[in-house]
Write a new protein. Structure first.
Length: 454
């Protein structure tokens, strides 16, 4: 290989027209046209077309004849401008191509089990996940996780605008985080421990240190179900705010973070979303807010009586879709906040409404038919917390460190949590949350399908 040539990325090639460069990447497609071989070379920045002409380099042509999709190669060649009629406006490098003079094979690939050259990878979900190390390479799949990265950046940015301090919490807990049974029990040396259901208890403790905190953490739910919107392991984006003055302050923070994430991602990836037929989100100046009871009445009327959720303890998937359709039509908003869920249906730390203890000061933020976030104002009185735990048959002794924070003065506070995979799924209108997880875990899969490994 020609020495002393700095590597150039595919997206940078237009800046090197007329010059010799070095490329590294994977073969996405090889096309033979007469005596010419065309290669679509993929690197971290995108695609570039490489032309191999035996009249320019017989040696490069000889190597090119061996190449197959996903071979990792190094190419040296000259950057040439394409004719106006041949410019590919869909690529950052579309105005140029590289005429190869040298090609070196860095790693070979076996024959692919399916065609990776299509614009969209049309595979059934099991196949998509069974070959995950390969399918993640496809641009239509890897783009999901570039967008997910932006979701994370947007969350961090919003949290920092709320003056929150980032904290890092453990995923092994001494007790079931929220007192439920749907936890993964692990052997911790000679003791029993649990994978945390959420970072909830730890972020509340840290309110006593930093007042306002946020964390990005893994959470584990041993729910015995397989749905399109649940995973056994998820990434949670959590915020907890101390010294709140009222319930509305929490709702303001929740809606600010939720709308900021959607707005930031939609602006940065507007072309990608548009190419997928995804409409620009309707983000109102003020997100409509409804109590659960109000939402249920609206759903009943909006569905012309076909759906009657009045008196139920929560909204189901159909209800969430209907109330979001109402918000879009009546309030010009793709968001709606639902508040005041039954106290007994919320976690023990959710504070009952002083006006009606049967109802909690809790909330969900919905976007385009799906709950994105859930949270509540918290019980911050030590004695009240102990009483609630005992009423719910929870042993306060299993929450000693958590309770310690309240014993020594924790202010009025509350918070909320978003699921990274669910956010990504809803922004991209994916049919299954597993598509929004690089390596999804559920009842049927830990990397490989569990039934296949028996």
């Amino acid at each position: 290989m020609t020495k002393n040539l700095k590597r150039v990325l595919a997206s940078e090639t237009p800046d090197f027209a007329g010059r010799e460069i070095r490329l590294n990447g994977w073969i996405r497609i090889r096309r033979d046209h007469g005596k010419l071989i065309f290669l679509d070379l993929r690197d971290r920045s995108g695609l570039i077309q490489v032309v191999v002409n035996p009249k320019v380099s017989e040696e490069a042509y000889k190597v090119a004849q061996e190449l197959r999709p996903e071979y990792a190669i190094e190419v040296v060649g000259k950057v040439n401008k394409r004719p106006e009629s041949a410019i590919n406006k869909g690529l950052a490098s579309g105005a140029v191509e590289v005429e190869a003079t040298e090609i070196k094979i860095l790693a070979k690939a076996e024959t692919l089990p399916f065609d990776m050259g299509e614009v969209k990878l049309n595979l059934e979900l099991p196949t998509l996940l069974d070959y995950r190390s390969l399918t993640l390479r496809h641009p239509s799949i890897s783009e999901i996780f570039k967008i997910q990265e932006e979701v994370m950046k947007a969350f961090r940015s919003a949290a920092e605008k709320l003056n929150c301090t980032e904290i890092f919490v453990p995923t092994i807990s001494a007790s079931a985080t929220e007192g439920g049974a749907e936890v993964f029990k692990v052997k911790y040396y000679e003791h029993d421990a649990y994978l945390t259901q959420s970072p909830q208890l730890y972020k509340q403790i840290m309110v006593g240190v930093f007042e306002r905190v946020y964390t990005i953490s893994h959470a584990y739910r041993a729910e015995p179900s397989v749905t399109t919107r649940h995973l056994s392991e998820v990434v949670q984006l959590d915020i907890e705010i101390g010294f709140i003055e009222n319930f509305d302050e929490l709702l303001d923070a929740l809606e600010f973070v939720g709308t900021s994430i959607i707005s930031d991602v939609s602006k940065k990836f507007d072309k990608t979303l548009s190419s997928l037929g995804i409409e620009e989100p309707l983000i109102p100046t003020k997100v409509p807010r409804l109590t659960l009871k109000e939402a249920q009445e609206i759903i009943f009327k909006f569905s012309s009586g076909e759906r009657d959720p009045r008196g139920e303890q929560d909204l189901n998937a159909a209800d969430e879709k209907l109330i979001c359709e109402w918000a879009r039509e009546e309030k010009n908003s793709d968001f709606v906040t639902i508040t005041h869920f039954p106290t007994k249906k919320r976690a023990f730390y959710s504070i009952p409404d002083p006006k009606n203890p049967e109802i909690s000061l809790s909330y969900d933020l919905l976007f385009r038919g799906l709950e994105l976030s859930s949270g509540s104002q918290r019980v911050n009185d030590y004695d009240q917390l102990i009483k609630i735990m005992k009423d719910r048959k929870l042993n306060p002794g299993n929450f000693s460190m958590y309770l310690q924070a309240f014993k020594y003065g924790l202010p009025p506070e509350g918070g909320f949590s978003f699921g990274l995979e669910r956010l990504t799924m809803q922004i991209l209108e994916l049919s299954n949350v597993r598509e929004a997880s690089m390596f999804p875990r559920d009842m049927e899969r830990v990397d490989e399908r569990l039934s296949a490994s028996k």
